[in-house]
Each structure stands twice: as structure tokens, then as C-alpha cells.
Design a protein around this ligand. Sequence first.
Ligand SMILES: Cc1cc2nc3c(=O)[nH]c(=O)nc-3n(C[C@H](O)[C@H](O)[C@H](O)COP(=O)(O)OP(=O)(O)OC[C@H]3O[C@@H](n4cnc5c(N)ncnc54)[C@H](O)[C@@H]3O)c2cc1C
Ligand code: SF4
Length: 499
Amino acid sequence: MKQFDYVRPATVTEAVAAAAQPGAVYLAAGTNLLDLMKGGVSRPDRLVDVTHLDGLDQIETLADGSLRIGALVSNADLAHDANFAKSYPAVAEALLSGASAQLRNAATVGGNLLQRTRCAYFYDTASRCNKREAGTGCDARDGENRGHAVLGWSESCIATHPSDFCVPLAALDAVVEIEGRNGRREIALEELHRLPGNTPERESALEPGDLWRWDTNGKSTRLTNANAAKLAGVDMPQVTRFNFKGANGDTVWGIAMRPAGLAPAAKAPAVLLVHGGPQGSFGDSWSFRWNPAVWTGHGYATVSVDFHGSTGYGQGFTDAINKDWGGKPLTDLKNGLKAATDRFDYIDAENVCAAGGSYGGYMMNWIEGNWPDRFKCIVQHDGVFDARAMAYETEELWFDEYEHGGHPYYEAAAEYERWNPVNFVDKWKTPQLVITSEKDFRIPYTQGLAAFTALQRREIPSRLVIFPDENHWVLKPKNSLQWHSEVFGWLDKWTGGAK
Ligand SMILES: Cc1cc2nc3c(=O)[nH]c(=O)nc-3n(C[C@H](O)[C@H](O)[C@H](O)COP(=O)(O)OP(=O)(O)OC[C@H]3O[C@@H](n4cnc5c(N)ncnc54)[C@H](O)[C@@H]3O)c2cc1C
Ligand code: SF4
């Protein structure tokens, strides 16, 4: 580690003066900063330890009822403060969802707001990173970037800020008080962090030598406005949760989305989206992979169902898919699509396609042979086609064997063959787009080639798209654009597209 000075000032004024020298940074609990220093990512010349400054570890109630929280209050103390937790439960919950109990006990709220990005390339000093070293490039752009920004990114940097705490604070219009060389100033929390633009190395509105603390003012009606300017011209779909009786009479939940621009009495072609995992969920999340809002943006209504095997209902429901891949989940999908088309008039029930990746891709191949008369077309991404070949070629043996009762194929062939799509190819008839990737070792691309051969041999309209540089997921932004263009092209061809 590079050598550095260490100073421990007694007052805020001394701290601001000590931090004024180039290469100086404030040290709070160090849970983020020290890791970065050990890894050679951050190389300060001076550490200004602020942990002993008076008055910054207090939570005060102001005359208007809002709270002023010192930058040195620990994440845990703030979350457990009775007045704070009662007045701002969403912020307390966000704090408690972060890191671990030990870290929350040490970490300060100031350090939380000013922690650095978790972009893996930022932490890896062998990678190019404009944020760590301006002008060197950004290896995340063409790398593993599914945790990176969808909105607000730039050509120079696609990193996000990792604080859970900032999100509700921004929604509550929190204000930051900053002590700097030029005195005290206040800014909205939303303005504290900068978008990367051409200078991702500049992350916040703080000037060198700034020290700060922040207020909350109590409004709790708006969920977030952090990207208000960017989202101003975007119409979001209408999202409705619904439930129905699924397999075994269990209550199963689904989500239907209505395209934003659809005229009041109009109907939209629809897609039944089947999630992967299978122990997963179409939950409240955002991504450029399998994001229903993107599909509604192209004019399609979407229906997704958290079938048996999904998370969110309890372990018993999740485990119910074990040794039953094509059983209860298919019943749930059938009942769920029926419930959605009965309930939502905007869905054109006669003009529906199905799409899914990974386990969802398996389900597409299973639907081909076991629900062959329902869909205008199918989009199948990285799905299992032949369970026997899969048992000998996946890199995730433990998973495949667990799902088939804990046995290798040669000890329990019947378990694998029971739900094996290849055994029903003689029933296949739905046009299918097959997408696979050469670096997919989980459900290797040979499974896609075999499914495509089956389709072609049966003279079923089909198309094969192979990404040579992707793995089980399409992670690169430009490949994602191509993926969506292929998928929407296929849907439009078979449904006639959105009118
Ligand atoms: C394993 C792990 C998991 C984590 N998971 C989560 C998570 O799920 N959600 C989440 O939100 N966070 C998470 N964190 C981040 C954690 O919240 C931060 O590490 C922590 O809040 C930083 O606080 P600190 O007091 O240790 O700051 P430090 O590490 O001391 O400082 C962090 C940065 O803030 C600057 N700074 C600190 N205080 C001030 C101040 N008063 N004025 C100006 N600048 C200041 C420092 O110079 C430094 O750049 C995780 C961290 C770890 C190590
Ligand atoms: S996304 Fe930003 S932080 Fe990550 S490598 Fe690129 S420049 Fe660095």
C-alpha cells in the first residue's frame, strides 16, 4: 500500500483545513475506503480521520419537525433510532437491507452516501477504468455489465452508485449540508451525485475539502425523482398484479402489463413471458434483459406468471418444481394465461406468443410438444431441449441432478426422460425462434442447435440466432439491441405486430 499521512483533527474547521491539501481524503469508518486502498484502487496521500469530530454523531429534531442527521451516525444507530424509524420507515428499511449487521454497526451515513461504485472493473486495477484513471477507457462497456446503468450512463462510464440509502432519501427530498473551505452550503441530495458524463472521475458535487451532514424534510408521497428529467418523456406501461387458482388449487400470482400508447378500446397482441431459474420471479426489478416494459414499449401486452417453483411464496412452493419441471408449472401457465385474457380486455387472446430463457427456454420446448395449439410463435433462449444430453454437458451438474431427484442420469434415466422435451418432438408445430450463445456452458449451445434441427426437420418455420461472444445471458448492450431486434422481428412476423 502506498504510504500516507494520517491526521486526526479535533474540530470541523481543522478537518476542512487538513483536507484542503491535494491527495487528502476523509476517513470515516473505513469500510469502503480501506478496501479500496488495500486493493490499490484509491491511493491517497493523506487520511483525515473525522471519526472523533464533535457534534456529527447526533440526530436532532428541528423546529419544523424534520431531522438533522450527523454524518458520523452509524447506519445501524440511525435505522434503530425510534423517532427516525417511525417517521421514515422506508429509509430505515433501506439501511437495514444493506451490507451486514457488523458493517452497519461501523459504517457511517456520510460514508454510505459517498461510497464508491461497485463496478468490478473499477476494483480490478488490471482493467481500464475512466473513473479510477481518467482517459484510460472503460472495460465494463464490453464486459460483464448486467449490474450497470440502464439510464444515465455515458460513453465514458456505465457505473451506478451502490447506496441503498440514497434512493428513499432522494424520494423524500432530503437536503445535504456541506461544510467546505468557503463556508456552509446546502444542496438537494439528488444533486449530490453526478452522472458520469465525460468526467466519471468526478462523482459528487463536493469540492475538495468539503465535509457535510444532511436533513430530511418529511414529504413521503413521491417514490423517487432521481431520474425525473430522463423519464419525463417516457410513458410507462400500466402494471396489474392478478391471482388465480393454479396447480393443486394453490393461489398463484401473475403480472399483466398494458402498453402505454394503446387506444382505450384497442387490443394488443400479447406475449406470455416465462422466467428462468426456475427458482426466480418476475418481480419489481429493472434490467435490459427480459424487461416486460421493453416489450410493452414495442406494443405488446405482457403476461408473466410466478408458477410453482418461483420464489416469494415460501420454500415449499419453490421446492414444488423439483422433479416436476413440466407438471405444475405448465398448469399454472395455462391457468394464468386464461385468467389474464379473461380479465384484461386489452389483450388480444387469439394473438399470443410465448417466450422464455433458460428454464423459460426449457418450458418453450416443453410447450412445443405439450401445449402445441395455443401460440402464434415461440421465442426460445438457451433452453434445455434434450435432458439426457444436458445431463452430460452442463457445467452445473449439481443443479441438474438436484432437479431430477439427486441422481446422475445413468442411475435415474426415467426421472430425466419424464419431462424431456425431445420425447415430444413429433407433436411440435409452433414457429420458433431459437437463440443461443457459444459461451453458454450452463445450457450449452448444442441444445439450441438440436432444437433448431428438430424444427427444420419437421419443416416448422424457424430461425436460429447464435451469439459467439455471450454466455448464458446476453450482457453486452449492442448484442442486447440485436437480440431485441430479432425477437421483435419474429413476434411481428407471426402476430402482425402492434396496430
Ligand atoms: C461487504 C460489503 C457489503 C455492502 N453492502 C451494501 C449494501 O448492500 N448497500 C449499501 O448501501 N451499502 C453497502 N455497503 C457499503 C457500506 O454501506 C459502506 O462501505 C459504508 O456505508 C461506508 O461508510 P464508512 O463510514 O465506512 O465510510 P468510509 O469507507 O470511511 O468512506 C467512504 C467514502 O466516503 C468519504 N467520506 C466518508 N465520510 C465522509 C464525510 N463525512 N464527508 C465527506 N466524505 C466522507 C470517504 O472519503 C470515502 O471516499 C457494503 C460494504 C461492504 C464492505
Ligand atoms: S463503468 Fe465506470 S467504473 Fe466501471 S470500468 Fe467503466 S469507467 Fe470504470
